[in-house]
Every structure is written in C-alpha cells, then in structure tokens.
Ligand binder design. Structure first.
Ligand SMILES: [Fe+2]
Ligand SMILES: [Fe+2]
Length: 328
C-alpha cells in the first residue's frame, strides 16, 4: 500500500464489499462519491511497492500443483482434465489465470480510456471528476500487476479475440455518448470477476501467495469501483427516456452474457493450445448445469440492479441463459 498505510492492514476487509457498507447509511450521491474518493487516498496500493515480486515464495513455477484448476471450475470436473498428468493440469490452470489477467488488463485499458473521456465532459466542481481520476489511477496499478504476472508466467497470451478488440472502440465512445450503457459494460467486466475472486479468497483452499496478494489488492479497490458504477446507474437510469431505457434493456444482458463467459471459461487460445476436445468443452461449460448456475450466481448483483432499475426483460435474459428460475 502507499505510504499512507501499511501493506499488512488488509485484514478481512476485502470480504465486505463497499456497497454493503454504504447501504446502512442514508447518504446523498455526491456525498457517496466524495467518500469513495477519500477512501482512495487512505486505502490504495502500488503494483510494485505492495507486491514482493522478487521474494522466493512469490516465484512462479508453472508446475506448482497450486495452479491446478479449482474443483468447481467447469473444466476441472471433466474426465479429460483429470486424465492429464499433474504438470499439465498445473500449467493449464496457470494459463487460465494468466489469460484472465491479460483480458483484465485489456478491459481496464478500455475502462480507463472511457473514464477519461467521461471525466472530460464533467462540469467544474463535480465530485465525480476526482473520483473517476482515482479510479483511473487504481486501474493503471491493476494493469501493471496483471501484465507483470502474465510476463512472469512465460506464456505469450493474446487476450481478447480480434473482433472483440474492435468492439472495444465502440464501448469507449459510449462513455461520452451513452454513459449509462458504458457503466453497464463496466459492471459486466468487474462484477463477475469480483464474485469469482471473493469466492476463491473465502474458500480457504491452498493458493499461490502471489495470486492471493493480487486478488486481495484487486477486490479491495474494485469494491469502490463497483459501488460507484451501481450508484451512477441508480442516479441516472431513472432520468433516461423510453428509447434509451429500451436500448439498455436489450444491450445490458447481451454485454453481461458475453463478458461473464470471457471471465469464466477457458479461452479459445487455451482450447487450441492444449487440444481440448470439443466434447470436453461442452461437458465443462455449455452442457454443465453447475457452470450455468455459477454464471447466474456471478451475475446476481448486476441482475438485481437491472431489475431494480426496471431494465431487465426476463425473456431476453432467459434466452441468454442468465436468468435464475426464481428471480422476480
Ligand atoms: Fe481493476
Ligand atoms: Fe475496477
């Protein structure tokens, strides 16, 4: 952590999202934004000062069994994965993590450019300006951590497929032309991965200390980002006209379905690299009720938010396989 706090003070705080802490207080939107900005000053991290990259304990050995996929990952449940030698299972697990980090850094690149555009249109005196700049700075530190991790694995990871990279330009434009849609995209990138990371940290399963450190830092700062995005939407979506609300209702679940899978499945690059059979992929993800349930759970918070905002059309969400049977 920066000079304002020590890196040993993380405690169990990361287990309690910012959002849950703020619910109990009746605070106005500008006050909430100011509070988040102040927290960015007292609790923030530096990618190099706060991660002991050179410590022997933090060194990456790709065949370390701690990299194996957790049992609840779709692919880990397949006979194909279980039949692989331990060294391959570990390498593949590390490859999956490194790919998430690469995609995470690319997503944060889009996010930062969008946020800077968003901030450039804010009036003088807006508390959002300061908050958004804190978020950009924090995302830059995350991307430094993620890219450093990827480099140290030795894998040459392409990350997002070319078509999606092209689509990101449009997302950046939304930050100016349709910020509500931009912040839905932000939640789509941040919420499912936050859910997965919190679950891993809570599980108590043996984890490589480098991965654990990066995830602790990430979830601590992401709690603010998620809180801001949710409250921005709560503040602004009710003011939108009917057409914009309809556009949001159609695009939100599509964005969320795509982004959650990006963060929860092995990438096409990995499938090719390890020659994973097509049937195994179906068994792991598309035909796996457990994976489907996980995805639905990872999107629970953002789905509930869309319901609250009146922009969730159950039929469309159901069609995309991201609506839980008992959801209101
Ligand atoms: Fe981040
Ligand atoms: Fe973030």
């Amino acid at each position: 952590m920066s000079t304002t706090a020590t890196s040993t003070t993380l405690g169990n705080d990361y287990a309690l999202p910012e959002e849950e802490r703020s619910v109990r207080r009746a605070e106005s939107y500008p006050d909430l934004v100011r509070r988040l900005s102040r927290q960015s000053v007292v609790k923030h991290f530096d990618a190099y000062a706060d991660v002991p990259w050179e410590s022997e304990e933090y060194r990456i050995d790709p065949e370390d069994p701690r990299w194996e996929l957790p049992e609840d990952h779709g692919l880990a449940t397949t006979a194909w994965y279980r039949a692989q030698p331990p060294a391959v299972r570990a390498r593949l697990g590390l490859h999956v993590i490194a790919t998430f980090m690469k995609i995470g850094a690319q997503f944060e690149g889009v996010l930062k450019r969008g946020l800077l555009d968003f901030a450039s249109r804010l009036p003088n005196g807006s508390p959002e300006f300061r908050y958004v700049y804190h978020e950009v700075i924090e995302e830059a530190q995350h991307s430094l951590m993620f890219q450093e991790f990827v480099n140290r694995t030795g894998f040459d990871i392409p990350g997002l497929p070319p078509l999606m990279r092209l689509g990101t330009r449009q997302v950046i434009r939304f930050a100016r032309t349709f910020p509500e849609l931009f912040f839905v995209f932000v939640l789509g990138g941040e919420d499912p991965i936050d859910h997965v990371q919190r679950q891993m940290l809570r599980s108590g399963r043996p984890m490589h200390p480098l991965l654990k450190r990066i995830m602790q830092i990430h979830v601590t700062e992401e709690a603010r980002h998620l809180c801001f995005a949710r409250h921005y939407l709560k503040q602004n979506v009710p003011r939108l006209g009917r057409i914009r609300r309809a556009v949001l209702a159609v695009r939100a679940p599509i964005i969320l379905a795509i982004m959650s899978q990006l963060m929860m499945r092995a990438s096409g690059d990995i499938v090719r690299h390890y020659a994973i059979p097509r049937d195994t992929i179906a068994e792991a993800y598309t035909r796996n009720p457990q994976h489907r349930a996980e995805t639905i759970e990872a999107l629970r918070k953002v789905r509930e938010l869309c319901i609250e905002l009146g922009i969730a059309w159950p039929r469309l969400w159901r069609l995309l396989g991201i609506w839980e049977a008992q959801a209101a």
